[in-house]
Design a protein around this ligand. Structure first.
Ligand code: FAD
Ligand code: PHB
Length: 390
């Protein structure tokens, strides 16, 4: 096979890149190691920045997010038994959209199959070669048959555990990492959300988050130990723990029901630099991870592929490699700001076992300052709704 861009990974980064390139008349093939159903079954992000929604529109899949997404103009911070609203719209003129990663993925997959664009699911032994040259290759096996793709560029959209970053010699890449001493236990349930907007709760028993996917589907999280086992958590134990961490006025409105998904996610900050190696570009979780507190992971992945699609358009359309040269630096300057925000919001809202009572008092003072100061609230709002694309 021959194509212009070989995309590894059919998560949101790979699928969105494929759609943006298609719109620009650039050929791409996607190679994914899992099945489409498996990719759709992973329950992850729920909050989209306006810039992400804009990119979905550009990719031709903006219709359903506008029809079914829930526009949120603010969020609630809960601490000390009370609720404190951060009004994004009043502070920044912007909002976010609640629309699940599953739905983004579904829309992109549907558009891709409608346009009959090539996607190889359940590809085994995916490998990349010659990416330092102008003729890189991707090889894989499907149903026991070996395939090779010759291309101009490889987009490594294969997530944190993918093959692309792992194929770069360690000496060529610098990784910056922080692992947090806790995880998030998440439950998805077909019950109406307790509140209109998301609630980020700081409590002495640990962090909790009330999120949602629709008016009839809720997503809740509680901070748990890093080595906790999801099998230890019955639905009842989860609902009890969640309610204990919420202010009474929210706890009494939590509607419980059987979980349709329950899992534990570790929390990590990670950045690999640079993001381009010759003809290989890393994008999304393949290059960086943020703890989910700021709801930035999917949005960063979308921004990366927005820059990459633009670089490809300049290369093929205008015969300019300026966008290719600038790709890594452009992405990283925005990524580090999102890393900082996600680290800060995580540090503010979670219980850190080693920080003790002094640490807890400092967090409380910062929360009081945050909700009492327009400057501080604006800084939170501006980062949460998403910094502008450079
Ligand atoms: P992925 O979604 O990981 O996709 C990578 C794809 O590559 C996968 O399909 C994988 O199967 C495939 N792959 C891997 N290895 C290979 C290989 N060798 N060959 C071929 N294919 C391969 N982000 C937000 O913006 N907002 C939120 O509210 C939010 N909440 C989150 C909540 C949780 C609990 C978690 C875990 C994450 C959350 N995130 C959130 C983060 C977000 O889900 C990720 O940042 C996003 O999925 C990144 O997309 P991606 O396409 O880069 O990577
Ligand atoms: C989610 O709905 O899964 C979600 C929302 C906000 C976050 C993280 C996750 O900060």
């Amino acid at each position: 096979m021959r194509t212009q861009v070989a995309i590894i990974g059919a998560g949101p980064a790979g699928l969105l890149l494929g759609a943006l390139l298609h719109r620009s008349g650039i050929d791409a093939v996607i190679v994914e190691q899992r099945s489409a159903d498996y990719v759709l079954g992973r329950i992850r992000a729920g909050v989209l920045e306006q810039t992400t929604v804009d990119l979905l529109e550009q990719a031709g899949v903006g219709e359903r997010v506008h029809a079914e997404g829930l526009r949120h103009d603010g969020t609630e911070l809960a601490f000390g038994g009370g609720l404190h609203r951060i009004d994004f719209n009043a502070l920044t003129g912007r909002h976010v959209m609640v629309y699940g990663q599953t739905e983004v993925t579904r829309d992109l997959m549907a558009a891709r199959s409608q346009a009959a664009l090539p996607t190889w699911y359940e590809a085994e032994h995916v490998a990349i070669a010659d990416y330092q040259s102008a003729h890189p290759r991707v090889t894989f096996e499907k149903d026991g048959v070996r395939h090779q793709i010759e291309c101009d560029f490889i987009a490594g959209c294969d997530g944190f555990h993918g093959v692309c970053r792992a194929s770069v010699p360690p000496a060529a890449i610098t990784a910056y990492e922080k692992v947090y001493p806790f995880g998030w236990l998440g439950v998805l349930a077909d019950v109406p959300p307790a509140t209109e907007e998301l609630v980020y709760a700081s409590h002495e028993r640990g962090f909790a988050l009330c999120s949602q996917r629709s008016r009839t589907r809720s997503r809740y999280y509680v901070q748990c130990a890093s080595d906790d086992d999801v099998a230890r958590w019955s639905d009842d134990a989860f609902w009890d723990e969640l309610r204990r961490r919420l202010p009474d006025e929210v706890a009494e409105r939590v509607v419980t029901g059987p979980s349709i998904e329950k899992s534990i996610a570790p929390l990590r900050s990670f950045v690999a630099e640079p993001m381009r190696f010759g003809s290989l570009f890393l994008a999304g979780d393949a290059a960086h991870i943020v703890p989910p507190t700021g709801a930035k992971g999917l949005n960063l992945a979308a921004a990366d592929v927005g820059y990459l699609a633009q670089a490809m358009r300049e290369h093929y359309g205008e015969r300019s490699d300026a966008g290719i040269q600038a790709y890594s630096q452009r992405c990283l300057s925005r990524i580090w700001k999102a890393e900082r925000f996600s680290w800060w919001f995580t540090s503010l809202m979670h219980r850190f076992p080693e920080a003790g009572e002094f640490g807890a008092r400092i967090q409380r003072a910062e929360l009081d300052y945050l909700v009492g100061s327009k400057a501080a609230s604006t800084a939170l709002a501006e980062n949460y709704v998403g910094l502008p694309l450079a």
